[in-house]
Write a protein of this length. Sequence first.
Length: 471
Amino acid sequence: MRAADTSRDNPWPVRALAQRMVEYIGKAPAAWVEGQIAQLSVRPGSNTAYLTLRDPAVEMSLSVSCPRQVIETLPSPPTDGARVVVHGKFDFWAARGSLSFRVDAMHPVGLGELLARLERLRKLLAAEGLTDPSRRRRLPFLPGLVGLITGRDSAAEHDVLVNARARWPAVRFAVKHTLVQGNQAAGQVIDALIELDADPAVEVIVIARGGGSVEDLLPFSDETLCRAVSACSTPVVSAVGHEPDHPILDDVVDLRCSTPTDAGKRIVPDVGAELALLSTLRDRARRALIGWVATESERLARWRSATVLADPFSPIERREFEVTGLRQRADRAIGTVLDRIERDLGHRKAQLGVLGPAATLARGYAVVQTGDASGPVLHSTAQAPAGTALRIRLADGAVGAVSHGAEPVHAIRVAASGSPPDAGGATDADAGAGTDAGAGTDAPSSSGRGTTRSAGRPKGRTSTRTRKENR
């Protein structure tokens, strides 16, 4: 009957399940397994040895049994913590219902093989970028609280504390004691690291241990510890072993120190050196201040001895004379310009008087308009046919007249020359150039262009000859 066929009313007996477990596990192939020996037990008179095979990277173990001859054939008796490689397969004891890994061969892990495995782990972490130098953080200049993970009453603890306090006596430490060697060392260091990293007052964490063999320093090449350090938010300093020692932890921390003594010197500044630096800076500041005061004093002395300060009003008076001279020059220049403008204005005024309409009328010319004073000025005889009322403006007034029509041009020339007219010719009035003068005077206007010149006539009759001026 298969397991799927079982039910509450039709269950398997224990022996049936155990038998099937034996059959199932018996089909599993054999395998090679590496781990650390823990709790090795070889009972006197027994042909079977019992031990626990532990994985150092995680809290996981496996019960192992092997013939006593396998243990006795090893070059040296194995001890707790020794790394071994075993070959075997699982075996299920039906009578007790227990599972055990039955080993038929065991080999200790040699140093060369161990170093090769560490190198592979180092390359793996480098490929993931955990050893990249750009990930390293700068340590604080003066940490307020330093976390220290080290062995209890160890030389490493003494070296870190003594050297750090010698450089900066006020430095404070939060010390976590852990195992620094053996199977449980890596786990305790990880727990202490997590606790210190969670404390906001801790500004830097130091992991310190003295020197030892490669096997002694294996906890500090533990993969889990290296990854925990990489994930830490607080800067971590390693001080494991001596100068030649190089566990993988050194590759992932923010600062690697060759020894615990070196770590004590590098996590805090030297108070003596800082005081000397302050003294040097103070002296430089004092000398710079003294030099500045001396320079400014000399400058002040030169100003005090300057003539401008002996008689401070002298430059003002000199400038006053210059301003007075400039003002006089400006007054003279303005007067000259005004005089020239005034002379030019008088000259133009005289020209205007000579060339103006009033002067023209005074020389005997007249302005003839048709109709009243608002009528147009005559420019042609065609504008004044016979019977047209005219208005003649003279120098001293205006007179009215009536047009008798246009005169021939030669009659105008005869009248202008003063010769008597021909016997058969018409008089001025008959020729159409005469006008009947009416009473009345008016002020002369300056807007006319057609003018006439008056001539002497018998009393009671006024005759005008039209004259055109071409300008």
